[in-house]
Design a protein around this ligand. Sequence first.
Ligand SMILES: Nc1ncnc2c1ncn2[C@@H]1O[C@H](COP(=O)(O)OP(=O)(O)OP(=O)(O)O)[C@@H](O)[C@H]1O
Length: 216
Amino acid sequence: MIRLEAENLSARRGEDLIFVNVSFRLNAGEALVLTGRNGSGKSTLLRVVAGLLRPETGQAICVSDAVDEPRPAGEFSHYLGHRNGMKRELTVAENLAFWKSFLGDAIGGIGASVEEAAAEVGLSGITHLPYGYLSAGQQRRFAMARLLVAYRPIWILDEPTAALDRKADAMFEELVRRHRQSGGIALAATHQPLGMEGAQTLEMLGFEGVDLEYSA
Ligand SMILES: Nc1ncnc2c1ncn2[C@@H]1O[C@H](COP(=O)(O)OP(=O)(O)OP(=O)(O)O)[C@@H](O)[C@H]1O
């Protein structure tokens, strides 16, 4: 079992403090949806929790039965941002194999094979193609398959289904639902339902104020 704890996070971009005093706690199977207007700091907060940006104050940690001491949350996290993070000239299989070995499995689980992950995102049989040959929707689906090839209990998702069709939305919603059912945690900035039933919400208020409405 794992738990994600964010304590007193604040972050700066350039000169500006984007948010302050953000704290939340998510247990295994739980989810948090970030809302707020454009520029309010949703992406920034997700990147801080993922360990991609250094917070100005505070920390995001993962507490796991499998490790003695709390670890930075980023070590247990997948981050799916706006970019797909795949090389166009490599095949899908090469891209996913790269991520599988680069990310490795976090303690507590084992990632799917490349072909299993392709099947999960509904795209079996085309992993031999160069990534750049695929449609935008297919490319996005394979970016989602990255979440499956390496085991990470925390999924950090920045508008993951923007520009996807309804069927792909439903597919991804199901992946997130299953991830949570097996004890995973999901953290997302999204306007879609995304398998986030029962999620907590956190409204980012940006510069307008430092108080954050936090509702369970
Ligand atoms: N690399 C950067 N350098 C300086 N400022 C930045 C940088 N990236 C983002 N910002 C600023 O930080 C603020 C928060 O941006 P962020 O992308 O976190 O917002 P958001 O809530 O995710 O917005 P959106 O809904 O448009 O995706 C914005 O004012 C933005 O201009």
